[in-house]
Write a protein that binds this ligand. Sequence first.
Ligand code: AMP
Length: 208
Amino acid sequence: MRMILVGPPGAGKGTQAAKLIDTHKIPHISTGDMLRAAVKEGTEMGKQADIAMKAGNLVSDDVVIGMVIERIAKEDCTEGFMLDGFPRTRPQAEALDTELTNAGVKLDVVLFIEVPDELIVDRITGRRSDPETGAIYHLKFNPPPAELADKVVQRKDDTEEACIARLKKYHSETAPIIPFYEEHGLIRRVDGNAAPDEVTARIKSALA
Ligand code: AMP
């Protein structure tokens, strides 16, 4: 299955991808995770990306498109992939479309996790993750176990200021990809305003 997870920052894309991956047995490709890895490695691309990410801006299309195209050409993506956080702009969606058409394959579904703006800031600023496993928690809605309480970390772009910038970018740059995929009949909408397990159940029934 070739699928895309789309939704505003903090919609739960990463959390849901981690839950779905066991069922679907396809690689979870998160451009945010790939970019954070490049930042950590300190590559030239990582340094550029860090500036954009900290400010809540998007990394340039050229960089992200190249990164994803290289990744989905790998052997483990032959049977499919789950893209999380890509595409985030119309040019990215079009580039992916061209790439898949040239490869003679098609997307199966674009899962759109909808969460109202007024819930996003709370969701993002309370988010924490385990630096070792990448498991995602929320201080209020899904607190980390006691033994991890002192270990969990906050992403640099999960501040209120960066969150507001990311939300604006989402509406101006990413939301326009929804009509693009609607035209292709690929969108499945899921209400993401519920506990993670409930959202997983909704996604499974949307995919059934
Ligand atoms: P995420 O982990 O998906 O929330 O992404 C974190 C940050 O990485 C975003 O706010 C962007 O700065 C950058 N990023 C991730 N995916 C993309 C993308 N497809 N296009 C441009 N920038 C991206």
